[in-house]
Design a protein around this ligand. Structure first.
Ligand code: PEP
Ligand code: MG
Length: 595
């Protein structure tokens, strides 16, 4: 019988395939051991620990072979995938080497005289409750890492004891399969293309879990958070998985299968057509040129940007410089400068470098900074420009690097999370001081470098007219603007249903910003995810947006929509949307724009 399940689509793509259910059920009970068995039990625990460590290190060592850093034609858009994936596995390796897992369970075995599996379970529960008690959603979600690491060791223990065997993708032929699991470790996910796995479904996990990030990065369609999926799906069921809409169709009848095969072919052809657009101008049917830039996270993201024919970079996030550094000290001015020049040397268009947006969910590795930025609610605390204004050395160092890089190409500077005019004036004063220093040292820079602010906080969205005379441009960060306007944590999948770009309050704020930009002749760009979401492009065009900055993967799709849009018609429809309070009516008007 056919059935449909819904979850969070975290990685796009339509896949038809046979499911394989991973059952990581490691069943064991507590059993007592005698004093004479004690040392043998500790040895058993330690050898399981070494086996788990060996497994993870082997996976890590295979990554560069599977995803070569310099050329990976099979993976579009992610030049540095190997390093990114390794960065998810390394913390698991470190945990396995930490006393919390090497020592504490031994002490439990000794004091309680119990089997190693049980001791490990006690220690896991203790660690997880500590993490879950931390008032930080990101750190809370990291308790999942502990569970995954402990599961691995327990699987090794159980395997040794020959009581059960954990299904392991390393040992089975999963080629062409859709994998279904309760949850997956980043390490499991990283190896999926190597095993030919087509797609995956998990019962748990959020849009921002490491596993979801890797799936997107590898282009593996995925749906997470499909609670109780294993109750409905049986091994070897045929599934249709729509990673964009988060829909799973089980055991489709032949008519549905035919339908989805046609859809798959359409998608294939659509992508081929899109690739032909990379050199085509981004211009509407009625002749208005729309600027279409790309967002990047690090210099290695440049390759897909060049392939997509983007006009430039509308958002160069710079937090990557502070992440995954392990023991390395924080980056100095030279490292910042080199990262910027690397991009400028390859691109002739404008590169908009955003000053640091550390804090919130983007914590640096540096302990000192972590302490500085660990407020009660990270999204509302010492984040982005607030942190820069508190740590002036950190800020000045980056400003110097951006200004020095500005002679190597077209550079503009963008300040995130500005909420008050005072902050903006402080920032401008600091920039002027840094420029003065550079001048006195005869270090060249572009004295006319444009300085803009991101609009991510409702206060600046409402009072955009007061900020306009003091900036060269605005860039709307919808990811945060929506979270702060609707009071929805953008990382929390439990409230993700309320995260709504079409909420009238959000739309009014956007319209106000666009009108202010128009009146004051200040360009307004949008670099939040809303700009790259094909469902909203026409509405945004109708509302007056003329500068889009999107991920390189979605750029050609957006260009295609722009080229098939007629601004005259869209403006009238957008005006109707803005006058509408009923959410369903708004959705149907926006859907009409797509037609
Ligand atoms: C945004 O908030 O929309 C944005 C682009 O910034 P980030 O996603 O880096 O917070
Ligand atoms: Mg933001």
């Amino acid at each position: 019988m056919s059935f449909t399940l819904h979850g969070l689509g975290v990685s796009r793509g339509l896949v038809i395939g046979v499911v394989h259910i991973l059952r990581p059920q490691i069943e064991f009970n507590e059993y007592p051991i005698t004093k004479t068995q004690l040392s043998a039990e500790i040895v058993r625990f330690q050898s399981a620990l070494s086996a788990a460590l060996h497994e993870l290190k082997q996976i890590r060592d295979q990554i560069p072979l599977i995803y070569p850093t310099q050329s990976q034609p099979q993976i579009q858009g992610h030049m540095n995938t190997a390093a990114e994936i390794a960065s998810f596995i390394d913390p698991h390796i470190l945990m396995l080497e930490d006393a919390m897992l090497t020592q504490a369970p031994v002490e439990i075995i000794e004091s309680r005289l119990c089997n190693a599996e049980w001791a490990l379970k006690i220690q896991r529960d203790k660690l997880m409750s500590v993490f879950q008690a931390i008032d930080d959603p990101y750190l809370q979600s990291r308790s999942v890492d502990i569970e995954q690491v402990v599961n691995r060791v327990q699987a090794c223990l159980v395997k040794q004891a020959n009581k059960a065997k954990r299904h392991n993708s390393n040992e089975m032929d999963l080629s062409g399969r859709i994998v279904l699991a309760d949850d997956l470790t980043p390490a499991d996910t990283a190896l999926m293309p190597h095993h030919g796995i087509k797609a995956f479904i998990t019962e748990f996990g959020g849009i921002n879990s490491h596993t979801a990030i890797i799936a997107r990065s590898l282009g593996i369609p995925a749906i997470v958070g499909v609670r109780n999926a294993r109750r409905y799906i049986d091994g070897d069921d045929v599934l249709v998985l729509d990673g964009r809409r988060g829909i799973i169709l089980g055991n489709p009848d032949s008519r549905s299968l035919r339908y989805y095969r046609v859809k798959q072919n359409e998608q294939r052809r659509y992508h081929q057509t899109l690739n032909r657009l990379c050199k085509a101008p981004s211009i509407t049917r009625d002749g208005t040129t729309i600027s279409l830039q790309a967002n990047i996270e690090m210099p290695t993201d440049l390759e897909p940007v060049l392939r997509s024919g983007a006009d430039g970079i509308g958002l160069y996030r710079t937090e990557f410089l502070y992440m995954n550094r392990k023991e390395k000290p924080p980056p100095d001015e030279e490292e910042h400068y080199r990262a910027y020049v690397k991009v400028l040397n390859k691109l002739s268009g404008m590169v908009t470098i955003r000053t640091l947006d550390l804090g919130g969910d983007k914590q640096a590795d540096d302990d000192r900074r972590n302490k500085l930025s660990m407020p009660l609610n990270p999204a509302l605390g010492l984040r982005a420009v607030r942190m820069c204004l508190k740590d002036l050395n950190l800020f000045r160092l980056q400003l110097r690097a951006i200004l020095r890089a500005s002679v190597h190409g077209k550079v503009s500077m963008m300040i995130p999370m500005v909420a008050t005019l005072t902050e903006l004036h402080q920032v401008k004063q600091i920039i002027a001081n840094v420029q003065k220093d550079l001048r006195s040292q005869d270090i060249p820079f572009d004295p006319d470098i444009p300085v803009g602010v991101m609009i991510e906080v409702p206060s600046i969205a409402i009072c955009a007219d007061m900020f306009a005379p003091h900036v060269d441009f605005f860039s709307i960060g919808t990811n945060d603007l929506i979270q702060y306007t609707l009071a929805i944590d953008r990382l929390d999948d439990e409230v993700s249903y309320l995260y709504d770009p079409l909420n009238p309050a959000v739309l009014r704020l956007l319209k106000n910003i666009l009108d202010v930009g128009n009146e004051h002749k200040k360009p307004v760009s949008m670099c939040g995810e809303m700009a790259g979401d094909s469902r909203y492009v026409r509405l945004l065009l109708g509302m007056g947006l003329r500068h889009f900055s999107v991920t390189p993967e979605s750029l050609l799709e957006i260009k295609q929509i722009i080229r098939h849009s007629d601004l005259g018609k869209l403006q009238a429809l957008a005006d109707r949307v803005l006058r509408t309070s009923n959410r369903e009516r708004i959705a149907s008007l926006v859907a009409r724009m797509e037609a």
